[in-house]
Design a protein around this ligand. Structure first.
Ligand code: C2E
Ligand code: CA
Ligand code: CA
Ligand code: CA
Length: 277
């Protein structure tokens, strides 16, 4: 029996471990979860670093699983990509974000919303059309939408050689480079792309109050980005010292637990009311 197919396979792949099993199951459950309203979003305020006015909110997806409880996006975004459901999930999140934005517009509040776009989405041929249709369906002008892209996705050759970024930009929306500093792109590459803004990754920002090195990186990113005409957002601002350092460095916008945690819709509403008086 030695060397038989079955034996060979069994010795290389023992059994599906607990984690793989769960992933497999979650994949099949994701679509139903959207239909049943288990997938929701929270909004995290982003403020102007000088005036502290709220300028935008970032939309962050949440999955309240009936059996597993809250599943973190870092655990299921990747899964959705793998099983080819990320487009569906993105459309769902975009829909919730634009619906929220629309309701603000109806109250004469022009607050912009940011939505995360995973790398995989930029290679979907119908992405631009879907975004255009979503904006139209909700009657939201492109200027009120920011799409956050990860560094890795724009250095991808197929994305760089396509017109997807230019086509999205042509819808009037803003493009933001998320997690900046962790990937492989350089600011000079950014200059060739229609990017409006960079977000300094929270791994640098979190260390600023204790490490001169992290502060130096933040300062360098801000200076270089400004020289290229880009706006800069710092995410992961958790304390006053960091906030003051960033403001002093000329960082344009701030986001983090110091300002507010990501909030469900109703709580955001009262947060806004309390803040604007
Ligand atoms: P991200 O886009 O970098 O989002 C920022 C993450 O940092 C969020 O985690 C947010 O809750 C957290 N955060 C905000 N302020 C602070 C702070 O002051 N300190 C610390 N330590 N953390 C802070 P979250 O919500 O767990 O999301 C994790 C990642 O999942 C996001 O990272 C994003 O890459 C991805 N993600 C979330 N929603 C979506 C979505 O709708 N679509 C896609 N494609 N990805 C999403
Ligand atoms: Ca983001
Ligand atoms: Ca980020
Ligand atoms: Ca991140």
């Amino acid at each position: 029996l030695a060397g038989s197919g079955a034996g060979g396979v069994a010795s290389y792949h023992p059994v599906l471990d607990q984690q793989s099993l769960r992933r497999l199951q979650l994949g099949t459950e994701l679509e139903q979860a959207m239909a049943e309203g288990q997938i929701s979003v929270v909004f995290q305020p982003i403020i102007d670093a000088r005036t502290s006015d709220i300028v935008s909110v970032e939309t962050l997806v949440r999955w309240a699983h009936p059996r597993y409880g809250a599943i973190a996006p870092d655990d299921f975004i990747h899964l959705a990509e793998q099983i080819g459901r990320i487009g569906l999930l993105t459309d769902h999140v975009l829909d919730l974000a634009l619906a929220r934005c629309r309701r603000w517009l109806d109250q004469d509040i022009a607050l912009s919303v940011a939505v995360n776009l995973s790398a995989r989405c930029l290679t979907e041929p119908d992405l631009v059309d879907r975004v255009r249709r979503a904006l139209r369906r909700h009657g939201v002008p492109g200027e009120l939408l920011t799409l956050e892209l990860t560094e890795g996705s724009v250095v991808d050759d197929s994305v760089r050689s396509s017109t997807v970024l230019a086509d999205l930009h042509a819808l009037g929306l803003r493009l933001s480079m998320d997690d900046f500093g962790t990937g492989y792109s350089s600011l000079s590459q950014l200059r060739q792309l229609p990017i409006d803004e960079v977000k300094i990754d929270k791994s640098f920002v979190l260390g600023m109050s204790t490490s001169q090195g992290e502060s130096f990186i933040a300062r360098s990113i801000i200076e270089l980005a400004h020289n290229l005409g880009l706006r800069v957002v710092a995410e992961g601002v958790e304390d006053e010292l960091t906030r003051n350092l960033l403001a002093e460095m000329g960082c344009d916008k701030l986001q983090g637990f110091l300002v507010s945690r990501p909030l469900p819709d109703e709580r955001l509403e009262s947060w806004l009311l309390a803040r604007t008086g």
